[in-house]
Design a protein around this ligand. Structure first.
Ligand SMILES: *Cc1c(COP(=O)(O)O)cnc(C)c1O
Length: 384
């Protein structure tokens, strides 16, 4: 049987797949089973931030695989410790909990916020506020935190303790004064919800309100993190710091990882036995992530900003583009019939994504300029 038929018969039908079987990749180029080449502006949904088969990442993962693949969290191991230190030194956060996905990173953040509040104020203050059109994951709690009613349909009863407020509306947040709130969770740029960056004035006011009410501010940087927006984490462009930062996707360079970073206020909340993960902090995954983080230096971040400006210039001059949104190399394009355009691009050898009814670009941070120019030639042709 053909791969498509085996998959269609045996894999749970939760994904609407593109009609392409990918077989291998190198940098920002992917190849299907017939050898057809694609330029990739999706990066495995912001995962392959350094492209496919990044040499330092491959080397780190291979070496660690041959040395020590797994230890359990009953023992120390070097890659986990070094990755936690590197993340803290680059962000100013104090400690890190490792898991295996974005949803798990957010689960940990939610547990931390509730425990912080419980330890100080007792029961009845466990509500987490999230923004309309947010996306925080697919587990039952992070799905509930996700502010999109359509995604909740059919999964009742959802856990209690979540409420939603409109994005960029500080008065709506201020009106949440019933005394039952412990935290606010938000993406700095809403990804799945349509590539919408939050207003800096709103984010600063949100930070101030969290301080005033002793709420934990959780920044979900699963998609915006790891260089995607032009700084290591997007909050670093807003001039304020969260109490908890979650990340995943691009940190692993292609292997599953989640990281929940705590500041001085939250780093002591989850003590021994309060949380855990069998695979969290896995040596192979952490060795790979260290190789990724090492490469997201000032030079690469400057490249991200330059490439983002180049893409925006090309799009601004392009017919068929109604508006451009996002930050850095997280780009939303308002246009007609985005899904048809995804298919038209694929026919021409270009892979792009959608977010709601927009086209979405998440190219590798290090996409070679020549590949990017060729990709934009195809994209602008399709858009026009
Ligand atoms: C992808 C994503 C998640 C979920 O990550 P998983 O690894 O799929 O669990 C959570 N939050 C945001 C902002 C995301 O983009």
């Amino acid at each position: 049987m053909e791969i498509r038929q085996i998959d269609a018969r045996y894999v749970a039908p939760t994904y609407r797949r593109n009609d392409i079987v990918l077989e291998r990749g190198q940098g920002s180029r992917l190849y299907d089973e017939t050898g057809k080449e694609y330029l990739d502006l999706g990066s495995g949904i912001a995962v392959n931030g350094l492209g496919m088969c990044n040499p330092a990442w491959v080397q780190a993962v291979q070496a660690q695989t041959a040395q020590l693949a797994h230890t359990s969290n009953l023992y120390y191991s070097e890659p986990c410790a070094l990755l936690a230190r590197a993340l803290c030194e680059r962000t100013g956060m104090e400690r890190v909990f490792f898991s295996n996905s974005g949803a798990e990173a957010n689960e940990c953040a939610i547990k931390c916020a509730r425990k912080y509040s419980y330890d100080r104020y007792g029961a009845g203050r466990g509500t987490v506020l999230s923004l309309r059109m947010s996306f925080h994951g697919r587990t039952i709690a992070t799905l509930t935190a996700t502010g999109q009613d359509a995604m909740h349909d059919g999964f009742d009863p959802l856990p209690g303790g979540f409420r939603y407020v409109p994005a960029d509306d500080i008065e709506a947040l201020r009106a949440e004064n019933a005394g039952d709130v412990c935290a606010v969770i938000c993406e700095l740029v809403q990804g799945e919800g349509g590539v919408r960056a939050l207003d800096p004035a709103y984010v600063r006011a949100l930070r101030a309100l969290c301080d005033e009410r002793d709420w934990i501010w959780i920044a979900d940087e699963v998609q915006t993190g790891n260089g995607r927006t032009g700084t290591l984490y997007a909050y670093q462009q807003y001039g304020v710091a969260p109490d908890v930062v979650t990340t995943a996707k691009g940190l692993g360079g292609g292997l599953p990882i989640g990281a929940t970073m705590f500041n001085a206020r939250t780093c002591g909340v989850l003590g021994a036995g309060a949380h855990g993960s069998t695979f969290g902090g896995n040596p192979i995954v952490c060795a790979g992530a260290l190789a990724v983080l090492d490469q997201i230096d000032d030079g690469l971040l400057a490249q991200v900003r330059d490439k983002a400006a180049y893409i925006r210039d090309r799009l601004a001059a392009c017919k068929g583009v109604r508006a451009i949104s996002g930050m850095g190399l997280m780009i939303g394009i308002e246009t007609d019939d985005a899904s048809a355009k995804v298919r038209a691009c694929a026919e021409r050898g270009l892979l792009v994504l959608t977010a709601k009814d927009k086209l979405r670009l998440l190219p590798a941070l290090n996409i070679p300029q020549a590949d990017l120019e060729r990709a934009m030639d195809i994209l602008t042709e399709v858009l026009a």
